[in-house]
Design a binder for this molecule. Structure first.
Ligand code: XIL
Length: 345
């Protein structure tokens, strides 16, 4: 039983878990997670702002509970995330008086965080998202404080520090819109440079925040092939399938603020119509057929949440919507897409 079991000869199937569902789960939720999935990621609570909100303060209780849970249930534990521009406190980049840290001071701070966090879970976290979202589509490096204050080799250093702190962990570069040809080329060149310089990397994370009409599945497939050709394992790290109207003109445009709510942008508040349910099912089948076709390249497929009610897609990029992006509904009942996907096996 369980979706992970259905794909056990192909890839891990994982879920992302929130603080609430880790610490105070609804009845039966932990049993469901342990039965259905064999990989797990913390949705927010291993991000810098949660784990390390002040220079000398670490909060370990949620992450410790998560790692214990994974260990107890034999799940592949994914650490998300060591270095990112988002959900990272401002103090990380600055002196107390507000002046920016020098390159070497910021590298030392990064190393200290990676040593502390990855070191604590050495041998117990199987894969780390070492760097998240460092590339800005086809415009090259994202102009984050990491890039601005250190330079492009902040990525190399992060991977080197992570390997030293947790030698057995698979080290991943993770990003969204990884089907985008410009980003694909940039990522492949980055990995090739790593290989030449001896910088460690084991996998590429394709987040997989997809929708009914995007992205182009052929471009996504080209990326799976290109990333695998570098010698990296491909991980689908944050799969969900948005069924609501697209709220920005160009996927991948910089989103600084959530778009304002309007009823027009929330058409299924009363429930998902059968024809859209059907489209969701067909689209999930199409994606899992692609994953199965590349089962020798794909190490893991992780959903970004378990039930529709808990998905971040109810709040992004428009707050207060009713979305249906996952395989379990708001009562944790299997949706038609669950049955269709599992019966591919
Ligand atoms: C999201 C969480 O799901 C939300 O709860 C939070 O408010 C914002 O972050 N890319 C990532 C994830 O790598 O960490 C993001 O998770 C979704 C996009």
């Amino acid at each position: 039983t369980g979706i992970a079991n259905a794909f056990k000869d192909d890839f891990f199937v994982g879920t992302a878990i929130s603080k609430t569902r880790m610490m105070t789960p609804p009845d039966g939720f932990h049993d469901l997670v342990a039965r259905e999935f064999n990989a797990m990621t913390m949705e927010n609570d291993m991000k810098w702002e949660r784990l390390h909100p002040e220079p000398d303060t670490y909060h370990w209780d949620i992450a410790d509970t998560f790692v214990d849970f994974c260990e107890q249930h034999g799940m592949f534990a994914v650490g998300h995330v060591l270095v990112w521009h988002s959900q990272t406190p401002r103090w990380v980049f600055n002196h107390p008086d507000g002046t920016p840290l020098s390159r070497s001071d910021l590298l030392a701070r990064m190393k200290n965080h990676i040593d502390t966090v990855a070191g604590r879970y050495k041998g117990r976290i199987q894969a780390w998202d070492v760097v998240n979202e460092a590339i800005d589509e086809d415009k090259g490096w994202r102009k984050s404080p990491w890039f601005n204050q250190i330079g492009a080799d902040f990525v190399d250093h992060a991977f080197q520090y992570a390997r030293a702190a947790a030698p057995e962990a698979h080290l991943l570069y993770n990003d969204y819109n990884m089907h985008n040809p410009g980003k694909r080329q940039f990522v492949v060149e980055m990995v090739e440079r790593f290989k030449k310089n001896g910088t460690p990397i084991d996998g590429i994370g394709m987040q997989g925040h997809i929708g009914l009409g995007y992205p182009d599945i052929q471009e996504f497939e080209k990326s799976i092939e290109a990333y695998a050709a570098t010698g990296c394992a491909v991980h689908i790290t944050e799969l969900d399938l948005d069924v609501l109207p697209v709220a920005w003109e160009h996927m991948g445009a910089e989103i600084s603020d959530n778009f304002a709510y309007s009823d027009e942008l929330n058409p299924y508040a009363e429930g998902l119509p059968d024809d859209v349910q059907q489209q969701l099912t067909e689209r999930y089948v199409e994606w899992f057929k692609l994953f199965l076709k590349h089962r020798n390249k794909i190490a893991r497929v992780t959903f970004w949440g378990t039930g529709d009610g808990e998905s971040w897609k109810n709040g992004f990029p428009v707050r207060g919507r009713t979305n249906y992006p996952l395989l379990f509904d708001r009562d944790y009942q299997r949706k038609p897409a669950y049955d269709a996907v599992t019966s591919l096996k």
